[in-house]
Ligand binder design. Structure first.
Ligand code: ZN
Length: 374
């Protein structure tokens, strides 16, 4: 049994804030908008450093970690408690069987309110934003990062639900998308200004917020790219038939991507397999299941069905390429889930329960998707 230490941070924040906390004045910013952002946790040998921005001020506070276990803290200016574990996060299995229910959302892109609305109204979480789906499996199909301005809130919520779900023998699977990889590799093309300002105030690069020693960074670096539940594969963008030419199973894909997130651009460029895995036909970017794609050649139905047969599955669930609504195709073998949560007011989720697939909406509308062929 892990010991649970509660550290009520705000109680002594007033003292620390004036005495010990490091403060840097916020310069290049709109003076009407005071930034409060974070927290970001960084692990040292026996300390955890909590860094955040409070009303334009950079605050950095060390806490001593005695022994291993769970810690929770709260901060002035932030809602709720933050729970962290000094244990190194584990890599979960990538294959599961006999799963009776799963719920899939994709491409959240920092739209925290929309994500909460969808999860709450479909009773995956309760009014306090705590796990309420028992043994269910929640799959976040990548691209939580970029575009929107509430990425950190999304990450803390997913992080919390992952810990809570395990207590109910449920599970949260957060899969990597191309935007997770981009940010970890410090490609800031789609990063909201808020995070660039946060990093600047902390005298860091954006990717340093998610470094290998950070709570988010070490957690994200345990994540899979492809998982299998029952006879269904889940991946952010899609799987190109070329993957099977490499005679490479999806567990090997997960390992290769995970262990090369921090590899140099040259290493990835000059290694044929890595170049494929991180490139436009790789599982994080591929758009070939869809029409009107500019970056990938479109796959034919027979090629797709053969690919799935070779991989020992019946269906593949993907995000990344935004659709108007969830509408399976290729004999119901491909189920696209990205339906525009990134806009802030659209987006559906996929629910599988008692052998039936449904598309569900934020208003808890629920429609059966796939009917058996007579
Ligand atoms: Zn994507």
């Amino acid at each position: 049994m892990r010991t649970k230490k509660i550290i009520f941070f705000s109680l002594f924040l007033l003292i620390f804030f004036s005495c010990f906390a490091q403060e840097i004045q916020f310069n290049k910013v709109d003076s009407t908008a005071k930034l409060t952002e974070g927290p970001y946790v960084f692990w040292g040998n026996e300390t955890a450093t909590i860094k955040y921005i409070l009303n334009n001020n950079y605050v950095s506070q060390d806490i001593t970690v005695r022994g291993e276990g769970l810690f929770s803290f709260n901060l002035e200016g932030f809602d709720g408690d933050f729970e962290i574990s000094s244990y190194i996060p584990k890599i979960n299995p990538s294959t599961y069987s006999d799963i009776s229910k799963f719920f899939v959302i994709s491409d959240i892109h920092g739209q925290y309110d929309r994500m909460v609305e969808i999860l709450k109204n479909n009773r995956i979480i309760d009014a306090n934003l705590d796990w309420a789906w028992g043994e269910g499996h929640l799959i976040i199909l990548g691209d939580v990062f970029d575009r929107g301005d509430r990425v950190t809130e999304c990450l803390w919520l997913i992080h919390k639900l992952e810990m809570q779900a395990e207590n109910w023998r449920g599970q949260v699977h957060y899969l990597l998308g191309n935007h997770e990889i981009m940010v970890l590799q410090n490609n800031t093309s789609y990063v909201h200004d808020k995070y660039k300002k946060t990093a600047e105030l902390m005298q860091m690069k954006v990717s340093d917020l998610y470094s290998v020693n950070s709570e988010f960074g070490r957690w994200l670096r345990t994540k899979h790219t492809i998982i299998k539940l029952n006879d269904v594969l889940f991946v952010h963008a899609g799987i190109h038939p070329r993957l099977t030419y490499y005679n490479y199973n999806f567990q090997a894909v997960n390992n290769s991507i995970r262990s090369n997130i921090d590899a140099s651009k040259d290493k990835i460029k000059y290694n044929e397999l890595l170049n494929f895995l991180f490139g436009s036909d790789g599982p994080l970017w591929y758009r070939g299941y869809f029409e009107d794609t500019k970056t990938s050649t479109q796959i034919r139905q027979d090629q797709l069905l053969e690919l799935l047969r070779n991989m020992g599955v019946n269906k593949i669930v993907v995000g990344h390429t935004t659709q108007d609504f969830i509408n399976p195709f290729f004999k119901d073998s491909v189920i696209p889930v990205d339906t525009g949560i990134k806009t802030g007011n659209k987006g559906e989720a996929l629910l599988y329960e008692n052998g039936i697939y449904y598309r569900v909406k934020a208003n808890s509308y629920k429609e059966q998707l796939i009917f058996p062929i007579e």
